[in-house]
Structure formats: structure tokens, C-alpha cells
Design a protein around this ligand. Sequence first.
Ligand code: PMP
Length: 360
Amino acid sequence: MTIYNFSAGPAVLPKEVLQQAQAEMLDWHGSGMSVMEMSHRGKEFMGIAAEAEADLRELMAIPANYKVLFLQGGASQQFAMIPMNLLRGKASADYLNTGEWSKKAISEAKKYGAVNVVATSADKNFSYVPDFSAWRCDADAAYLHFTPNETIGGVEFNWLPDAGSVPLVADMSSCILSRPIDVSKYGLIYAGAQKNIGPAGLTIVIVREDLIGEVVAGTPTMLDYKTHADNDSMYNTPPTYGIYIAGLVFKMLKRNGGIAAMEQTNIAKANLLYAAIDASNGFYNCPVAIDNRSRMNIPFTLKDAALDGAFVKQAEARGLLQLKGHRSVGGMRASIYNAMPLAGVAALVEFMNEFAANNG
Ligand code: PMP
């Protein structure tokens, strides 16, 4: 039976990448070592890291005045590092609140400065992105932070806020590499690796150089972007195996037409699943505003929540795993990141149609 893993993260990885890692596990390119065993300062690993960075720069067309940092601590650590590094003497930062991850970023930032919440979708249970005309931005804010894809709520931006000269900061944990973006429009982009990039333990930060170097007093060395920028992310031991796998994922994307091609597949997958939900005569429902439906994380409820348990159980029996929704939302959630094949979504849709017919 083919297994399809719909986990929100850590999540499915491309099979060809896992197979390559398996083939290279005991002896990387004739070195006689696994990548896990290599010194991070040896020529083999330095080459792996440099190539991973170069490939990511090429894939995302990252301008030369941006640093690419390979860090640890997850996106959650960025919730603190961003205000510590980017407040730069300013009194406050702007934050948009579109759900669970926005809220976490906001509460952490409040430890370091004032937070101005420019808009919130709390009035409709975080099911949409507030129209930009309703945002109350501060022209003197240190930066404007938003979450382009809320992993739990399944709410995704399909437009880019215009913050003027205020640096735009985006938590791209669950949408990085899923669609082309213009990096030059951002001050800082960050993402935990465990969804679209590679294994957990690696966090990628892409930051404009001029924003680096002025931290709040007392910032630990390890939480200062300058430490990592000045040392090519090798100030201390980086998450070497995670960087290696990420590098294999980047190469795979390059072989397959890059991010633009990936986006087309992602659109096809999301359309297939939303169409099934919308055609179910209310048996399934997605609570998210149509324009803000995520291509990556698709939450849906069943008409009768008493059927949730049977749905999950029967799906598992068909090899469709990890569909239970986040505990804060309930219902189901299908995460269909880059590495989820169209065939996986088709198998899910086939099961959903059958389940609805049998229980409608
Ligand atoms: N932001 C978003 C949008 C996420 O989806 C997640 C993880 N699900 C996080 C932040 C937290 O990431 P981490 O577990 O890497 O700290």
C-alpha cells in the first residue's frame, strides 16, 4: 500500500531525496564517511554547505545584499531574534494578527518593545486576511511582521503588503519555496525547515544586510544575526545533516523546473482538494475565505463531527495518514507541501468522496 503523509510538519520529503540520502548514508562521494560524521570545518562539508546556499540563492533569486543564514532553534526562536535584532532603537514594531503563529510572534516581541497590531482577523475566528485598507500601519515602525501562510488556520496571502520604507518581515515556515516571491520586497524572511525544506533542526533566515548589527543590550552572541552572518553560519556547529538534506531538496527543485514549476503543481493539488470539498453538498466544509485559502494546509470539517473518528480511522486504513486537525481547530487538516505528489491528493479525494457517499 502506498502511504501518503499529510502531516503539518515534520512533513513528507521527496522520495528521490530520501533515496539519494540512503545511497550516500555510509559513504558520501567516496569520503568513507557519512555526512553526519563530518567535521563542519572540513572541505567536504564546507562544500556541501556552500552549494546548498548557492542553490537556494539561485532558486529564490536572492539578491547579493541579503545574507542566507542556516540556524537552529526553529521559527519559534526567530520570534525573539527578530525584535532583538531589528528594533534598532525604535520604540515599536508592527504586527498583523492572522492566527496562532502570528499570536506567538506577537507575544514574544512584546518582551522587547511595544507591539502595534495593525489589524486582526480575530472577529471571524482567523479565517481570512484583513484587507490592506484596514491595516493601521505606523510609518515609524521598526518593521512590519506578518505570516504569509498560517499553518493551523490554513489562511494564505495571495498579495504582498506594501510597507513603504518599513522592512517587511515574513514567517514563511509553511510556504517557503511553494511559489515564486520577490525577495527584494522583504527585509527578512524566515522558515523552519521541517515542511518544505528538510528535516527539523534547521532554520533558514534570509536577511537584508543593512538590518544586521544593532541588537538590544544583553542579546546573547548566538542570537545576534551578525554572529552568524560574519561566520558563514559556522560560528558554532551548524545542523550539518539538515543542511545536507536541504541541499538535496534544492537540487531536486532545480532539476524539476524550479519554484515556478512547483507552484503549478501546488495549484493543481490545492484546486483538486478544494473542488472536492466544495462539491460535497456541505458534507465537508472549509472555513477559510475563498481568496485566502492556503495551497499548503487545507483545514476542513465534517458535517457531523461524530464521524471524525471514523474518517481518520478509515483514511489510515487506506494509507492516508496524519489528517486529524490541529487540536485548537478540530476537524481535519491536509497538509500538501511541495513533496506531496498529485497522486496523494487524488487518493485523498477519492477516499473523501467514498466516505461522504457512505455516510451522507
Ligand atoms: N510559524 C509557523 C507558520 C509554523 O507553521 C510553525 C511550526 N508549525 C512555527 C512558526 C514554529 O516553528 P518551529 O517549530 O520550527 O519553532
